[in-house]
Design a protein around this ligand. Sequence first.
Ligand code: PMP
Length: 420
Amino acid sequence: MKMIEGNQKLAPPEIPTALQNARKDFPILKREVNGKPLVYLDNAASTQKPQSVIDTLTRYYEYENANIHRGVHLLSTEATGAYEEARQKLATYLNAADSAEIVFTRQATEAINLVAHSFVEPIVEAGDEIVITHMEHHANIVPWQLLCDRTGAILKIAPVTDNGQLDTEALKNLLGPKTKLLSFVYVSNAIGAINPAEELIAAAKDQGIPTLVDAAQAVQHTTVDVQELDCDFLVLSGHKMFGPTGIGALYGQLSRLEGMRPYQGGGDMISHVTFEGTTYKEPPSRFEAGTPHISGAIGLGAAVDYIESVGRDVIEDYEAKLMIYALKRLDEIPSLRVIGDFEKRAGAISFVMENAHPHDIGTVLDTEGVAVRSGHHCCEPLMRRLGVVATARASFSLYNNHQDVDALVDGLKKVNTLFG
Ligand code: PMP
C-alpha cells in the first residue's frame, strides 16, 4: 500500500477520469439529510451501493429468482450460474488459485467463526495459543475467546505502541511451537493503520503457523492478492465493498479447506445422508449449508465488477491523496487530535476534540448532513490502549471528494464554537 505522509502540503486532489462519474453512480448521494446534502463519511461501517449493484439485485428478483444447485428448471440453472459466477469473480478479484477457495458466508464475522470452529478447534489442545493483536475488531477477538473457553487454549495479544502502530517485533516474539493460528487485521477500522501483512505472514510461515487476515477494511481500498500474501485464510464483508449486507466471504487455501470439518449441517453441504451416517461435499459446498444468500452473492459479484471498472490502483491513489488533504485540513482545528500517528493509513481518520464527546461531535455533524461514526468502533481494547473511551471517525470511499472534507471541517469548527 502507498505511504501517506500527514505533513505533506497539497491542494485538493483532482478527481481522476475513472472517478469523474462516481458520485452519480451512487443514487443515495443525491439525498439530503437534515436539509443539507448528504456527506457520507461512515464508509468503514458500510459503503453505499452503486446503481449497478441495485439493478443487479432487482433484476435477480424480477427475472431469475429460484433456489440454486438442486433444480433442473431454467430459473434454477440460471440462478446457480449467476451465483457460481459471483464466486469466480471474487476469486479473480483476490487472485485465488481456484474458485473453490471462496466460501460465501454472512459476513467477515461468520467467516472468522467458521475458521475457529472448523479449522482451529480440532487442532488445539489446552495450553496451545492463538495470536491476535491489540487492534482487532471484536469480530477477531470474541470468536477466539469463545474457542479458548471451550478448549483451554490461550489467547496471546501482540501489543500496539502509543502511536497506534502494531509492534511487529513483539508480535513475532509471541509466535512459537504452541501457536496454532496468527489472526490479524490488515487495515484497522478504528484508526486506519495498515499492518505489514506480508511480513507477518512470512514470519508465521517460517514456523509453520497458519494465518488468517481480516481484510474487511482492505479489499475496498487496495489490491489484495491472496497468493502474493500467501495467507491460509482471509475474510471480507460484502457490504463494506459496495455489495449488499448479509454476504461475505472466506478465502481458504484449498488444501486447508479440504481437511476441515463442516461448520453447520444441513442441505446442500452433503454428498449422502443416511441415519447411519452422512458424507459431506468437497469445499466450498461443505461450508455452505442451507439456502445461501443467493442475491447477496450475485450483488457482491456486481460490486466487484464496479470496483474493477474503476480500477483498484486508481482508487488507492485517489483515496491516498484525499486522506492527505483531510489530515491537512483537520490540522486547522487546534482542539482536535488525530488518533494514531503512523506513516501508513487507509480508509479512516479517528479523532477526539478537547471539550466535545465524540457523540456530541457526531450529533452536531449530523445536523450539517455529515455522517461520521462515534464510539469504540467495536475495538474496545484498542480504545483503552490508546487512552480514549471513544473517538469520532471519518471514513472515506472512492465517491468522497474534497468538498466532503471541507463540509466535515466546517462542521467541526461549529462543534468547536459550541463546545470550545
Ligand atoms: N473486521 C473489521 C476490521 C471490521 O471493520 C469489521 C466491521 N466493522 C469486521 C471485521 C466485521 O464485519 P461484519 O460486521 O461485516 O462481519
